[in-house]
Design a protein around this ligand. Structure first.
Ligand SMILES: [Zn+2]
Length: 237
């Protein structure tokens, strides 16, 4: 499926490469730019990046799901959490660098720090810009369904990650979240909503409805407020 691509300026240094159902980001500092993810559908991503900056670009993946790596093959190098590398073996031409909690991308005037966010996938990460208080959350936080079914997801790890992010938000580390799906930016209150949703799944108090996903008849959709989670009831622990 080919999705329409457009680039959108969200602030004086934040651009979204929007492909309708998913977005990648280009963050432009004084000396370097950081590309976060590569979209879901084929595009000339280098041309998209060149349309907003001619600075050298580093690519960092929030995780390895297909809708974030469609154009990864256009890069010679990429940063990702080591726990995602087993899912990226089809990109043998890309030279991967492992990044983890606390590692920092200094773009000149803007610093993005890696926050480990296991759950949605084992090596999911978010990127924190502390000066403005922004979190680029990948798929860990978003309005609308978060996928938590399948082999590489872990609902308990996901809950731990949400609690960590909730504390960071309470401590004033960030006040706005830039997700890869659905509305962007969103407020930190949806972290509380997602925690309520996970708790309702884990203690059985939140009823699910069949998600109707092809080939996944046991996947249920659990809604809490404006948030929701797809989860497979057979995985209840
Ligand atoms: Zn995604």
């Amino acid at each position: 499926m080919e999705l329409q691509t457009r680039i959108e300026k969200l602030s004086d240094w934040i651009y979204a490469i929007d492909q309708q159902m998913v977005r990648a980001f280009v963050l432009v500092g004084r000396r370097r730019a950081l590309c976060i993810d590569t979209g879901a559908s084929p595009m000339d991503i280098q041309a998209q990046i060149c349309s907003v900056t001619d600075l050298p670009v580093t690519l960092c993946l929030t995780h390895s799901d297909r809708d974030h790596v469609a154009n990864l093959g256009q890069f010679a190098e990429a940063c990702a959490h080591p726990a995602e590398l087993p899912y990226l073996t089809s990109f043998s031409q890309v030279n991967f660098h492992g990044v983890k909690e606390g590692d920092c991308f200094d773009l000149g005037g803007k610093k993005l720090t890696v926050v480990d966010c296991p759950g949605h996938t084992p090596g999911s990460i978010a990127l924190l810009e502390e000066k403005e208080g922004l979190l680029f959350s990948g798929d860990t936080i978003s309005l609308g369904p978060v996928y938590l079914f399948g082999d590489n997801r872990d609902v308990k790890d996901y809950r731990k990650t949400l609690k960590k992010l909730q504390k960071m938000a309470v401590d004033g580390k960030f006040h706005a979240v830039y997700p890869c799906h659905n509305r962007c930016p969103v407020g930190v209150d949806i972290i509380d909503e997602l925690i309520r949703c996970v708790d309702g799944i884990l203690d059985g108090s939140l009823p699910g409805t069949p998600a109707g996903l092809p080939g996944r008849k046991n996947v249920q959709f659990y809604r809490s407020g404006q948030c929701g989670i797809y989860w497979e009831s057979s995985e209840r622990q």
